[in-house]
Design a protein around this ligand. Sequence first.
Ligand SMILES: Cc1cc2nc3c(=O)[nH]c(=O)nc-3n(C[C@H](O)[C@H](O)[C@H](O)COP(=O)(O)OP(=O)(O)OC[C@H]3O[C@@H](n4cnc5c(N)ncnc54)[C@H](O)[C@@H]3O)c2cc1C
Length: 444
Amino acid sequence: MDKKLHIIGGGMAGSEAAWQAAEMGVPVVLHEMRPAVGTFAHRTGHFAEMVCSNSFRSDDDERNAVGLLHWEMGAAGGLIMETARAHRLPAGGALAVDRDPFAEAVTARLLAHPLISAEYGEIAELPVEGNWIIATGPLTSGALAQSIRAETGAESLAFFDAIAPIVYAESVDMSVAWMQSRYDKGETEEEQTAYMNCPMDREQYYAFIDALLAADKTEFHEGETAGYFDGCLPIEVMAERGRETLRFGPMKPVGLTNPHTGVKPYAVVQLRRDNKLGTLYNIVGFQTKMKYGAQTDVFKMIPGLHEASFARLGGIHRNTFINSPTLLDAQMRLKSRPNIRFAGQVTGVEGYVESAAMGLLAGRMAAAELLGREVSPPPPDTAMGALITHITGGAEAKTFQPMNVNFGLFPPIDAKGGRKGRKDRYKAYTDRAKESFQAWLAAM
Ligand SMILES: Cc1cc2nc3c(=O)[nH]c(=O)nc-3n(C[C@H](O)[C@H](O)[C@H](O)COP(=O)(O)OP(=O)(O)OC[C@H]3O[C@@H](n4cnc5c(N)ncnc54)[C@H](O)[C@@H]3O)c2cc1C
């Protein structure tokens, strides 16, 4: 039996996976197509190139979910986090890094490892034999993407993400919004009350349309094509087509009755449950290219969302990712071909840190399997555990879209002892996570 681990893609996830597996004593071959075959976003042939911003976001491991992920990766001996800290730039509470020396250092560490070798060139087909991790990222080459698609089915591989904003359920004002499915559809009461509804009168609707049309938007990156189809047009594009378009589209008020006032709304914004825990709701049909600042301003105009907190804002990007909740098992293996794991952004997490974290887990799981052991996923009350639980089953498969780490993915904290302030609650999440994560590491 081939005891080597092959990893396709030397980005954030592939680099971390290679390091973890090699540190556990498993020989690794890291396959990277750059520099011979490039992408529109990468500039160099280095491993772990940061394609856009040079920030790993908040480094606050007490009150921020991504900061907690930094901490967990550090505790697990993560190469990406260690190297990022070594090349840190001043950036307030964020972990910003000097991108080229960072990528050069990751590359040098990997190539110097006695158990890691690199092979350069595009892998165009899903491998049949051996043990593999696919970590080819949002810009997976076209040939490999087609091969993945042939295995998983066209429905299970996306080439764009059209992300609607996601709101923390607890931040919606339910004295304004109410729970109801259109025409009370559904067999059970849970189904009949599956959506949150935010009503607008005539004046509020037109003010909202005006704000949408005036808001700052981002352009597609060079090399990206808009490629959006009618099913997922940005809301501002719908609004440009006519001031009534949204009222006959995602904001139609039919089949909904406002129990607070009894008045028929002129338009309704609907939010749909986004995770099994019911802590997150996405705004239905609200994918957008508005800039982040503009999004919060415009979405907070929606009655019921004046005080909303967003777990993530909307966007439309070139992004290849699989429908992990249906395709992967809890060990990140492709159910139909368990010799292949997926890791990184291609699994439907989003961001440098989240991708590297999923690489860390996939590397450890694959190496353990080759060594005749099994590594269980970290508990869901840790940042890594919350993310892997989300992508391998916690998320709604039908509406699966890439996800950043956030506290909405964690099992809610028991708030005994009275209502805690948000900051204290986040600290309680991170305290609980650190204890759990240490126990998980110790049991490995
Ligand atoms: C334009 C753009 C801007 C972004 N900006 C940000 C940002 O500011 N902040 C942030 O956190 N995230 C950003 N992201 C997301 C970011 O790319 C990911 O979070 C992160 O890089 C994903 O890590 P990964 O390892 O999954 O993929 P990558 O880091 O992209 O690594 C995948 C690697 O696989 C290689 N590869 C692809 N196909 C093949 C093949 N067939 N054979 C061999 N090798 C292959 C690629 O060359 C690449 O090196 C951005 C993405 C894009 C596309």
